[in-house]
Design a binder for this molecule. Structure first.
Ligand code: PMT
Length: 399
């Protein structure tokens, strides 16, 4: 495996010598890319001796080899350790002002970020927002360890131990290929049900859970098609995107794709109802009336349709259930009933509400089997939740 170790300018850079050795001893090829400032802490000679490869910091070294593009394109894994607040900010902003940031911007492999900085910097809203951006884009950002920092202070911000970073990174790469050769079709985002040329009924889905599933499936070797309703989350590269506006359009696209799909995941928040009539012209305020009544008709249940007309040879179908508890029962009670009604192999139940599920960076789900029995409970970033779901998909596929 070709591992790139990016080193930014923090005192913990000296510990990364052990990380380079960790990967080398496992037989991996390691390319170290330090930032210019990090060389104040550990010099290029150390990295060259440990990795056995030349070291440069600038896009203007070995220009004939087009290093700033090639290293990222060829990497199987990138680990940035220590990741300072500055490198996190530069990557979040998409900058390419040195070899490390250019490499990150051209890479399609998993990227692990191991932050190390003072607690105040880690807790600063600017850093928190940059970390959230990276996580939303699929970077695997570790939480820093808590303990002694550079000076007399201690707290959150210490670089995790090199063997923990190595194990975390290998865990991510090790699970990547269990969906190799499979075509995974994922619906994501919220449908928009048009009312007139300028208005629609919609919902708050950002599409992040769906794009995280797309990213996780890519990491595990699958070919991925994303049927994208309205969404704000960025779509990873190498995903085929098929746009779909309304529930009826999403249904059409899913039915077109279903025959060629080994795995179908219905993450999209599909409107259960749509306006019965579409007004060709913008609806005007009627004189003398303070009310407007909109009639709604039921949309087809796409998930039910997909499970009822499954492809003959082994197709795995995963549904989601966005639930709130009510007087009839709790979230899980409604989730179980939905699992039995929908006929999917897996139903992922998430509690939704204000600041829960829709539009958030994290999710908390219970995965049910086709009989509504819980297989596991997972909380974390939407990418972590995505991998937990795909663990179950891979388990079924391996049967
Ligand atoms: O996009 P994010 O901001 O990241 O938020 C993620 C999410 C909360 C939208 C996602 O995790 C989620 O829960 N998606 C499903 C939302 C939903 O529509 O739930 P539901 O309980 O109404 O529908 C159950 C299942 O049937 C879903 O798989 C849905 O895609 C499907 N469905 C629903 C209605 C319909 N007419 N046809 C369908 O196929």
């Amino acid at each position: 495996m070709r591992v790139v170790v990016g080193v930014s300018g923090g005192i913990a850079a000296y510990k990364v010598a052990h990380l380079v050795r960790f990967f080398k001893e496992l037989g991996h090829s390691v390319k170290v890319i330090p930032t210019q400032t990090s060389l104040n802490f550990v010099g290029a000679a150390t990295w060259e001796a440990l990795s056995g490869q030349p070291v440069s910091t600038s896009v203007f070294d070995a220009v004939d080899e087009v290093q700033h593009v090639r290293i990222g394109q060829e990497a199987d894994l990138i680990v940035i350790a220590p990741a300072t607040a500055d490198i996190v900010a530069r990557i979040a902003a998409g900058r390419t002002d040195d070899l490390l940031t250019a490499t990150v911007l051209t890479a399609t492999c998993p990227i692990v970020v191991a932050p190390a900085m003072h607690t105040e910097m880690w807790n600063n809203p600017a850093t928190a927002a940059n970390v959230a951006t990276l996580r939303a884009r699929g970077f695997h950002v570790m939480d820093p360890a808590v303990g002694r920092l550079t000076g007399k202070d201690s707290g959150a911000g210490r670089l995790p131990e090199p063997q923990d970073i190595g194990a975390f990174a290998l865990d991510i790469v090790g699970r990547t290929k269990d969906l190799a050769g499979m075509h995974v079709v994922i619906s994501a985002g919220g449908t928009r049900e048009p009312l007139d040329p300028v208005r629609y009924l919609g919902n708050h889905s950002s599409g992040l859970q769906g794009t995280s599933l797309a990213r996780a499936a890519l990491e595990r070797g699958a070919r991925v098609t994303l049927v994208a309703a309205s969404m704000t989350a960025p779509v990873p590269g190498n995903v085929t995107v098929v746009p779909a506006g309304s529930a009826l359009e999403l249904r059409e696209r899913m039915l077109e794709l279903k025959q060629d799909a080994d795995v179908i995941i219905m993450t999209a928040a599909v409107a259960d109802f749509r306006p019965a009539h579409y007004a060709d012209a913008k609806i005007k305020k009627a004189d003398g009336s303070d009310e407007l009544t909109i009639s709604l008709v039921k949309n087809p249940d796409i998930l039910k349709e997909l499970t009822s007309a499954r492809r003959e040879s082994g197709q795995i179908i995963v549904g989601f259930a966005a639930e709130t508890g009510d007087s009839q029962g709790d979230v899980l009670y409604h989730g179980r009933n939905k699992a039995l009604r929908k006929g999917a192999d897996l139903l992922v139940v998430n509690e939704v509400g204000e600041a829960k599920g829709f539009g958030t960076a994290d999710n908390s789900v219970v995965i049910l089997d086709n009989e509504g029995e819980p297989l596991g409970e997972t909380s974390g970033t939407k990418l972590e939740v995505a991998h937990a779901i795909l663990d179950q998909v891979a388990r079924i596929a391996a049967r």
